[in-house]
Each structure stands twice: as C-alpha cells, then as structure tokens.
Design a binder for this molecule. Structure first.
Ligand SMILES: [Zn+2]
Ligand SMILES: [Zn+2]
Length: 60
C-alpha cells in the first residue's frame, strides 16, 4: 500500500490526495528548473542538478 510522502499515512493505490493531510500522494514532482519528473523527496534534480529548495526566480 502506498504511503503519503508528506505525512506517512496509508493511502489507497488509486488515491490522488491524502485523506489525512490533503496533499497529493504522487511520488514524483516536477523539477522547478527543468520540469522533468523527479522523486518527491529528491532535493537535487538528477537531470539538471538544481536544488529544489531554492527559488528559481531568486537570483540574489
Ligand atoms: Zn498525508
Ligand atoms: Zn531539473
């Protein structure tokens, strides 16, 4: 059974959103820089190496 990547609650296999926290249960997200699919817990994109915790529009 898949788990919510946000709160760890069990989620139905076909559930799109967590019943507990209401967030998407998708295990992938889009890289903020190149928009390729990467694992939701990945901090760095494996395609372009971009730090997902960094705002792509903040160049300061
Ligand atoms: Zn959740
Ligand atoms: Zn990327």
């Amino acid at each position: 059974m898949p788990k919510c990547p946000h709160c760890g609650a069990n989620a139905d296999a076909d559930a799109k959103f967590c019943e507990v926290c209401g967030k998407s249960t998708s295990q992938t997200k889009q890289c903020v820089e190149c928009e390729k699919e990467i694992p939701i817990k990945a901090r760095f994109c494996k395609y372009c190496g971009f730090d997902q915790n960094k705002d792509p529009f903040d160049w300061s």
